[in-house]
Design a binder for this molecule. Structure first.
Ligand code: PRX
Length: 635
């Protein structure tokens, strides 16, 4: 029997049990039956949680791009691997078949080798969402170079710190990027970053916007002429299962960014397996994830997971609001997308607009719709379900992290009954546990605690680049012997998990543990509210009190702000309880957000506390100007 696909709930439980009782047998079988290996493993897995030392498929030899591309050529050579949908809908989409992808990756890999790149070298990729980005990532993997993709929205100083940390030899970038109605000069940002990066000897520059750029003699080269000269054939590097595949930096709320290191075989097996199951991928489906390849979601579920399954994956260069709020729905209609995977923040921003934007497009091709990155609030869940999924597409609320490499807790569509705001059940191989403050495992259901994982899974990050000690301390020391996620969760009466947010977002008010996420959910349901963020601030009597930063919809009837404050609090009281009432409500025009759409609560907490002394690094914010406004209008 095959374990690669879960077909019904009974099978889910059967596979899950097998994966827990005999993890090595389970993953050994999945790995053996679904991938091409140069040589199989001596041991499926070895680990030492205390040392945070984890190895999968010891001594196996493999190349992930052989599995993403070469092995599909016989059967799927003329199938589209990538559909590129440009920022401007007037520009034609591009369709890249598996045969073409092979040629392009081979040429790029040859260019890298000609430029002196060898297995183990680090390459920083700073590109917009264009096909060259996918090709560059895969070309690195082809020759065993370690890619470090930096989201092409990060500032020069953020790029520089990432390049310096892992000592990149090369940067691959473009002249510029299109984003909605803006053009961003990427190359000049790279130039500024490189003033501080002596290790970089070569910069390859793709052309996208035809922006004029400065080319530094002896360092910068236009990519296209090199590709034109290159041979469309390449022998893949033979990689050890545990050879590094990539580094990806996580924002890390304080201190320097953490370069999470993912290795080859375990990551390959787990991303392929989860993609297949969580998106119910079938041969002729068109799959679209709206994330940027600069984030883990893009690595695992735009590139590797889909391509490992021979899927057609859409790469979208644009934004949800350009040229209008119907852009996502238009793309779904145009390419007949079957699986759509996006973030709650995008859903909420589109739900604020008229439903006509959705209704005028034919979304009948959709089969599964997904959510990732933050808790999806009830209102957004229902809007997504009603207007996008038309109540017929299961919503996969997928919980996972940069560190986990792949999706950990999620419904399997058409298998696991969904429940709004619940990520539901762990995938095979994943053993979540909830821990209390005394570091004891909380047994049973209807409980809340810190979410840990008590057994290694194939795609767990192996270390933080250059700092294994920090890796151990961050993830394996709070609850010895277990991987600590930093998230809190509750387990309901049937064992479904609901992620309540970062553990540091829990506020203790008068001795009561209050998760800020459910309070925000309640507030967001108020008809006048577009979005909210709640933080705790010190209070003489209660210990902590709640401070709400609230964005209002444009609704004229709520002109009396004090009345509205009262109404919102009544709403909270009736949804959660009077204990959850907010002491202060500040109406704001925006919230400080990271480029991946997460609210930077650290800053809001400081403002609520009245401590304006040190906001830490705000360079990664999408809208740093909002901080000043919120600060000036603090209550
Ligand atoms: O707090 C959880 C939240 O996002 C964190 C991981 O962020 P990052 O490494 O940037 O990866 C995001 C994409 C995988 C988690 O610790 N998170 C992610 N997915 C969910 C979520 N919170 C609730 N529900 C989710 N589905």
């Amino acid at each position: 029997m095959s374990y690669y696909k879960i077909n019904n709930l009974e099978e889910y439980f059967k596979h899950y049990k097998k994966s827990i009782r005999e993890p090595r047998k389970f993953w050994g079988k999945v790995a053996e039956e679904n991938f091409t290996w140069y040589q199989t493993w001596d041991k499926v897995m070895e680990f030492d949680m205390a040392e945070a030392d984890i190895k999968w498929f010891t001594n196996a030899k493999v190349n992930i791009t052989k599995n993403c591309i070469d092995r599909h050529l016989a059967k799927r050579g003329n199938k589209n691997a990538i559909i590129f949908e440009p920022n401007d809908p007037k520009e034609a989409a591009q369709y890249i078949t598996y045969n073409e992808l092979y040629d392009r990756v081979a040429k790029m890999a040859n260019v890298l080798r000609e430029q002196g790149i060898k297995k183990g070298d680090r390459i920083c990729i700073y590109l917009p969402m264009i096909p060259e980005l996918a090709v560059a990532v895969l070309a690195c993997a082809r020759i065993g170079a370690i890619h470090s993709v930096v989201f092409a929205g990060f500032s020069a100083s953020a790029i520089a710190s990432r390049i310096i940390d892992c000592e990149c030899k090369m940067v691959i970038t473009s002249d510029g990027a299109y984003r909605g109605n803006k053009t961003i000069d990427l190359k000049s940002i790279v130039d500024e970053a490189l003033e501080k990066c002596p290790t970089v000897t070569t910069v390859l520059v793709a052309k996208r916007t035809n922006t004029e750029v400065k080319m530094k003699e002896g360092r910068d080269l236009w990519l296209q002429p090199l590709l034109d000269e290159a041979i469309p054939n390449n022998v893949a590097e033979i990689m050890d299962a545990e050879d590094p595949l990539f580094i990806l930096y996580t924002s890390g709320s304080t201190g320097k960014p953490k370069g999470m290191l993912h290795t080859t075989a375990g990551y390959m097996v787990y991303t392929a397996y989860t993609f297949k199951n969580i998106f119910n991928y079938e041969e002729n489906d068109i799959y679209w994830c709206t994330a940027d390849i600069g984030w883990i979601t893009g690595h695992s579920y735009i590139l590797y997971g889909p391509l490992l399954n021979g899927a057609t994956t859409v790469i979208f260069e644009g934004v949800p609001s350009y040229p209008d709020f119907g852009r996502f729905w238009e793309v779904i209609d145009k390419h007949k997308v079957s699986q759509f995977y996006t973030a709650p923040t995008a859903i909420r921003s589109l739900a604020k607009e008229s439903t006509e934007w959705v209704d005028k497009h034919d979304l009948s091709s959709l089969k599964v719709i997904g959510s990732v990155g933050e808790p999806i609030n009830e209102e957004a869940w229902h809007w997504y379900n009603d207007h996008v999924g038309k109540k017929k597409c299961p919503i996969v609320d997928t919980w996972w992290q940069t560190e986990t490499g792949g999706i950990m807790i999620s419904p399997v569509p058409f298998v696991t009954p969904t429940k709004p705001t619940y990520a539901t059940l762990p995938l095979p191989g994943i053993q979540p546990v909830l821990m209390d403050e005394k570091r004891n495992e909380i047994e049973g259901n209807q409980v809340v605690g810190s979410l840990c994982i008590k057994f290694p899974w194939p795609s767990i990050a192996r270390t933080i680049w250059g700092d294994h000690q920090r890796y151990k301390e961050t993830y394996f020391s709070a609850f010895p012997g277990k991987y600590f996620t930093g998230d809190g969760a509750l387990r309901d009466e049937v064992g479904y998990y609901r992620i309540t947010g970062r553990v540091d977002d829990v506020v203790i008010v008068s001795g009561h543990n209050l998760g800020t996420a459910p309070i925000e959910d309640a507030i967001n349901e108020h008809p006048a509210v577009a979005e909210s963020a709640i933080v705790g601030f010190p209070h003489d009597i209660k210990g902590n009190a709640l401070y709400g930063f609230i964005i209002l919809k444009e609704i004229g009837e709520y002109r009396d702000r004090d009345n509205l404050r009262k109404e919102i609090n009544e709403h909270v009281a009736s949804h959660i309880g009077p204990i959850a009432k907010l002491d202060k409500i500040q109406f704001v025009s925006g919230l400080p957000k990271t480029r991946s759409g997460k609210i930077m609560r650290r800053i809001l907490r400081k403002i609520a506390e009245g401590d304006f002394s040190n906001f830490g690094d705000i360079t990664t914010l999408l809208n740093p100007e909002i901080v000043e406004e919120i600060k000036n209008e603090r209550l």
